[in-house]
Design a protein around this ligand. Structure first.
Ligand code: SD4
Length: 326
C-alpha cells in the first residue's frame, strides 16, 4: 500500500467491515523475556532498534539508546519519518516528537517543528534543559536552533526547491525500498536493569492542516512510559489515538495484569466499541512490560513491528490480523 493510499483510506474514512468482535487472542510472548529489549513500530523500526541496542551494549544510557535509535529513521531520507516525510496542506513538513524517561517520569515534546533534522533531540533537550514538557511551532524551532541542533534551510526558494527534489527522488524509490507507507516511529526500550524509556517521531498525517498536531508528541497518546509497569507507543490516525489516550490506557491495562499483546488488543476493543460500526480506525500499537514481555496489535492489516534483543532482531506481523473481523 502506498503512503497516499494509506492516508486516503484513513483520512477520508473509507469504511471497511471492522466489527467489535475482536476475540481474546493468544499472547505471543507470555514468558519473561530477554533484556535489553527494544520494540518499535513498523519494519523500518528494526534498523532503529539495532542502533539503540548497540548504544546499550556499549553501556550508553537508555535515553541515548532511544535518541540515537530514532536518529536512524529520522535521517533515512526515505519519505517517511523526519524531514523527508509528507508535507502539510501548505507543502511544509511539520514534525512532531516526544521522549519519556521511566526512572524519573520526565518527558519532553515538540510539535509542528520545521526544518530541524532530529526532532527527537529537540524533544530530549526540552525535557533535560527546560522546566517545560512541550514546545510548539516557531518557539520549538528557536529553541532547537539555540541548542545548536542541525537545521535544514527550507525557507529560501533555492533551498526549498532543492529539498523538494530530494524528497521527490526519495518518493520515487521502488515500492519495496520504501517504508510501509507510514510515518511514525515509536520506539520502546527496556534496559537490562529493568528501567524503561521511549520515544516517538513523525512527520504526521500527510496533507494535514498547517498547525495540526497528531498523537505522536502527546504523552499518553502516541507514547507513554511508566517505570513500574511498562511502555506503549502508537502509529496510525492520530485523531483516533488522541481521543482515547491509547498509550496511557495500554499501560494501565498492563498494570491491571494484562500482557502487552492483550493490553494492545483491549485498547482497540475499547475504541471500536465507541466508534461508528465499520469505520477503519487505523490504530496500531506496540507495548512492552517490566518483565521483558512485548506485544502489538493494530487495525491496519499491513501493520508490522520490530523486536530486538541481543540474540535476535525481527520484524513481526500484526498479531491482530485474522482476529479483527473486517
Ligand atoms: C499522526 N500518528 O500524526 C501519526 C501518523 C502516523 O503512520 O502514525 N502515521 O497522526
Amino acid at each position: 500500500m502506498t503512503r497516499r493510499n494509506f492516508l486516503n483510506q484513513t483520512a477520508l474514512g473509507v469504511l471497511t467491515a471492522t466489527t467489535a468482535s475482536i476475540g481474546r487472542s493468544a499472547e505471543p510472548n507470555a514468558t519473561k523475556g530477554e533484556m535489553p529489549l527494544i520494540v518499535s513500530t513498523w519494519g523500518f523500526g528494526k534498523a532503529a532498534n539495532e542502533a539503540a541496542l548497540k548504544v546499550l551494549l556499549g553501556h550508553g544510557s537508555l535515553l541515548d539508546a532511544v535518541e540515537q535509535g530514532i536518529w536512524v529513521t529520522e535521517s533515512a531520507g526515505d519519505g517517511s519519518v523526519g524531514l523527508s516525510g509528507g508535507s502539510n496542506a501548505a507543502g511544509v513538513v511539520q514534525l512532531d516528537a516526544c521522549i519519556m524517561n521511566g526512572p524519573d517520569h520526565k518527558a519532553g515534546s515538540v510539535a509542528g517543528l520545521e526544518g530541524i533534522r532530529h526532532p527527537i533531540s529537540a524533544a530530549r533537550r526540552v525535557m533535560e534543559k527546560t522546566r517545560h514538557v512541550m514546545l510548539v511551532g516557531e518557539g520549538a524551532r528557536m529553541f532547537a536552533l539555540e541548542e545548536g541542533l542541525e537545521s535544514v534551510e527550507v525557507n529560501s526558494r533555492e533551498r526549498y526547491e532543492q529539498w523538494q527534489k530530494q524528497r521527490a527522488a526519495a518518493r520515487a524509490k521502488p515500492a519495496e525500498k520504501k517504508p510501509e507507507g507510514h510515518d511514525t516511529l515509536a520506539l520502546l526500550v527496556l534496559g537490562a536493569d529493568g528501567n524503561i524509556a521511549g520515544g516517538c517521531s513523525t512527520s504526521g498525517l500527510g496533507g494535514k492542516l498547517p498547525g495540526r498536531v497528531g498523537d505522536s508528541p502527546i504523552l499518553g497518546s502516541g507514547l507513554y512510559v511508566d517505570n513500574e509497569v511498562g511502555a506503549a507507543g502508537a502509529t496510525g490516525l492520530g485523531e483516533n489515538v488522541m481521543r482515547y489516550c491509547s498509550a496511557f490506557l495500554i499501560v494501565e491495562f498492563m498494570r491491571q495484569g494484562m500482557a502487552p499483546h492483550e493490553a494492545c488488543m483491549e485498547a482497540i476493543r475499547r475504541t471500536i466499541k465507541a466508534e461508528p460500526k465499520g469505520a477503519n480506525l487505523s490504530i496500531n500499537f506496540v507495548a512492552l512490560d517490566k518483565k521483558g514481555r512485548y506485544g502489538a496489535a493494530g487495525t491496519d492489516r499491513g501493520f508490522a513491528y520490530s523486536v530486538t534483543t541481543p540474540s535476535s532482531s525481527r520484524v513481526l506481523p500484526n498479531p491482530a490480523n485474522g482476529k479483527l473481523d473486517r
